[in-house]
Every structure is written in C-alpha cells, then in structure tokens.
Design a protein around this ligand. Sequence first.
Ligand SMILES: [Zn+2]
Length: 165
Amino acid sequence: MVTSTSEGASHRALIEVTPELQRRLRDPRVILGWLAIIAGAVALLIGYWGVSGTLRTGKQMPYLISGGLGGIFLLGLGAALLFGSELSEARKEIAEVRELIEGLYETREEAGLASSNNLVALARANTFHQGDCVVVANKPGVASITRTQIERRGLTPCRLCSPVV
Ligand SMILES: [Zn+2]
C-alpha cells in the first residue's frame, strides 16, 4: 500500500482571507447575517435545553416561545440578510460583465472602421465604392463609410469597383 504524504496542504491557513472575502466582509449585511444565524442557533439550543430540562408543559412554554420562535426568526433574518448581500453582489457582477461586453462592441466597431477605411459613399446614394473609384472621384459629398453604416443604410457594392467589405 502506497501512502502519500500531503504535508503541503496542511500548511495553509484555516481560513484564507482572500481579497474577495475581504470585499464581502465590508458589506455589513454579511456580518449581521452571520451574527443573526449564530444567535438564532444559540437561541434554539437554549430553547431545546430548557424544554428537555422539564417535563411540565407550563414551564416549557416560555422556552418554546422565546427560544424556538426567537431562534427561528433570527435564522430567517440572517438568511435574508445574507441573501440580500448575495443578490447585490450578483447585480454588481452582471454590471461588470455588461460593461465588458459594451467595451468589446466598441472595439469591434473601431476595428470595422479601420478595415473599411477605404470605402466611400455619396451622401444620398444607394451604393458604396472603393476610395479610388472613378464613379465617385472628385464628386462633392463623398465621405468614407464604415461597415456598420453600410449595413444600416442597406447599401449595395458598386459594380465597377466591386468594393470588398
Ligand atoms: Zn465604384
């Protein structure tokens, strides 16, 4: 039988305080949520201990009400606080992803502009041309055009210069 020693893993700290964890702990809801859950668990334990300590129903009632109901309320409160914190964390992440996607779109737009720099069109025409096409040469209102603009205006390529998008 081969025994492998995994000493390396045991050297790690019990709770690793990652930047992510530090960020989460800055949200007071996380601390309050866990405090409420711990308090709720303690209340339930005290309630259980009180109920099991006596057989008389009259004496059990206060324990049941304050320990049991109070404990359950605190557990629910803690869960709600943690859930709320989790939810706003998820919202933040969605916003970050959205920003990233918008940034990508802008980059793509710029790349499209660069690759079709040599494409031109007349202001109110339905066709687009290579920059050096004789059809548009020296005509007023000739402007360079992007791939996106071509798509948006539904322009067709000139038959003479057959521009490549
Ligand atoms: Zn042309």
